[in-house]
Write a protein of this length. Structure first.
Length: 467
């Protein structure tokens, strides 16, 4: 047999082109793009479907320590199962050291959690939440050299937040090793001030999570993170940008010649702070940081995606169970939004939402969809051209999309460990029906076809540029 698999008759889309071709797969790689391919162990008739590169979600949280008594709703098995049903073939979770654990020990622990449990490939970013000599002098350099070439710094959250001085020190390590710094940009002191004021006037419901993290909190921190990166002389990625004013800071920085990349997420395109007003504590289902904003900021985020200012569209999947004391109803959560775990599930719904709202509604061309959901992630984080593209020699990570299939997003059709979806009842047109990981059909016609957990950890080269 010439091929292990041939996909026949699909419209193939890359970040630059759409064309009709048969795809020949051999030994887990794309071997041929051509016409009238024959002779394979298996042939899939994909007429009427799109063949897109498997989604890469470069911002997910899995099994991450989340504070005393709070447990994330997904482990690697459930998160990657949810991901593969949602048309993804690579996830990039964050490694957060727990307590006094060293960064290196944290990475070892994540490898152990992931090994043998993944339905898609994974590659870890690091979280740098302290700047002691072992972390900055030994662990971080060694891990960056070993292929964990990107890490996140937080400007908020107790126990995670770094000071400006610390961020500069960490950026200096990134500069020496050519790594990518990702910043969570919110001004922690401002949040603390507003939160104390809200609590002392009895404003403790979930909605006040959003009210105490207004746009200037994010805009100021975005400006500051960019300035720190400029001072340190490193490229920067601002993750989960929620609004037009923060995006304007990024545009201005680029106009000054700085290398600043930007990511947005489905919650900032489709949800608003009003969702946090839902009764019976259901507003807690939408508590994430930065919070969803308003219709004008949704439009600003859409504009940023369409114009190419956002190179990345990720889920920021950070799932908790709603109906649990280990989740959204953690001790104290009903007394104050301060105690509600931050984060929402979304790894399975990320791609259908953008395909439907973006491509099918004519806002986004399909090549741009491929760029912001796969190719740019691979380029920026050192996985290209192995991942993120349908091209000869690339891994055969291919998703077949049915543009005519209608679905209603509902908790009961999803595979994550959370007990709700923020998009309950959201109607979508277009669905990822078949997901292929390195030539293996993992999901076929909407059903799990291979229970084998064939995902592996990917070591990465240095960050590149999506342009
Ligand atoms: O609320 C969120 N986004 N939680 C996840 C952690 C983070 O900041 O990305
Ligand atoms: Zn964050
Ligand atoms: Zn996150």
């Amino acid at each position: 047999m010439s091929y292990d698999l041939i996909i026949k008759g699909a419209q193939v889309a890359t970040a630059s082109d759409v064309f009709s071709a048969d795809i020949g797969v051999k030994d887990g790689k794309i071997a041929t793009l051509g016409q009238d391919l024959r002779d394979a162990v298996e042939i899939i008739d994909a007429s009427g479907l799109y063949a897109l590169p498997g989604g890469i979600d470069s911002h997910v949280h899995i099994s991450q320590p989340s504070g005393p008594g709070v447990v994330m709703a997904d482990d690697f098995e459930s998160a990657t199962l949810s991901a593969v049903f949602g048309g993804n073939t690579t996830l990039m979770p964050f490694c957060l050291p727990e307590g006094e654990e060293s960064l290196r020990a944290a990475v070892d622990a994540y490898h152990a959690k992931a090994a043998g449990n993944c339905h898609v490939d994974v590659s870890f970013h690091l979280i740098v939440n302290r700047t002691d000599p072992q972390t900055l002098g030994q662990d971080l350099p060694a891990l960056l050299e070993a292929g964990h070439s990107s890490f996140k710094v937080f400007m908020t959250y107790p126990g995670m937040r770094l000071t400006d001085r610390e961020i500069l020190e960490v950026m200096a390590v990134a500069k020496r090793h050519g790594a990518m710094v990702m910043a969570h940009a919110e001004n922690d002191d401002a949040i603390d001030f507003l939160r104390d004021a809200a609590e002392s006037s009895g404003q403790t419901e979930p909605y006040h999570h959003a009210a105490t993290r207004p746009v200037p909190v994010e805009r100021e921190a975005t400006h500051r993170a960019i300035s720190l990166a400029e001072i340190a002389g490193v490229p920067l990625t601002i993750v989960h940008v929620s609004n037009g004013e923060a995006l304007d800071e990024i545009r201005r920085a680029r106009a000054r010649g700085l290398r600043v990349h930007a990511e947005t997420c489905p919650q900032y395109l489709t949800l608003t702070a009003e969702d946090l007003l839902r009764v019976n504590f259901e507003g807690a289902k939408y508590v994430c940081s930065p919070p969803p904003r308003d219709a004008a900021n949704q439009e600003a985020c859409w504009d940023g995606l369409v114009r190419g200012d956002f190179e990345l569209y990720s889920s920021d999947h950070c799932p908790f169970v709603f109906d649990s004391k280990e989740g959204k109803q953690a001790p104290g959560a009903k007394d104050s939004f301060r105690h509600i775990p931050n984060g929402i599930p979304g790894v399975e719904t990320r791609l259908p939402i953008l395909f439907s709202e973006g491509v099918m509604k004519g806002r986004l061309d399909i090549t741009r969809f491929v760029a912001v959901t796969a190719t740019n992630h691979a380029k920026l984080y050192g996985l290209y051209p192995q991942k993120g593209v349908i091209a000869v020699g690339a891994d055969a990570d291919i998703v077949l999309w049915d543009p005519a299939r209608k679905e209603v997003l509902r908790q009961e059709i999803l595979h994550h460990g959370s007990d709700y979806t923020p998009w309950e009842g959201f109607e979508v047109l277009g669905w990822p029906v078949t997901t292929i990981l390195r030539g293996r059909i993992v999901v076929r016609d909407g059903a799990l076809a291979d229970t084998g957990r064939h995902g592996k950890h990917l070591e990465r080269s240095l960050p590149g540029t999506p342009f």
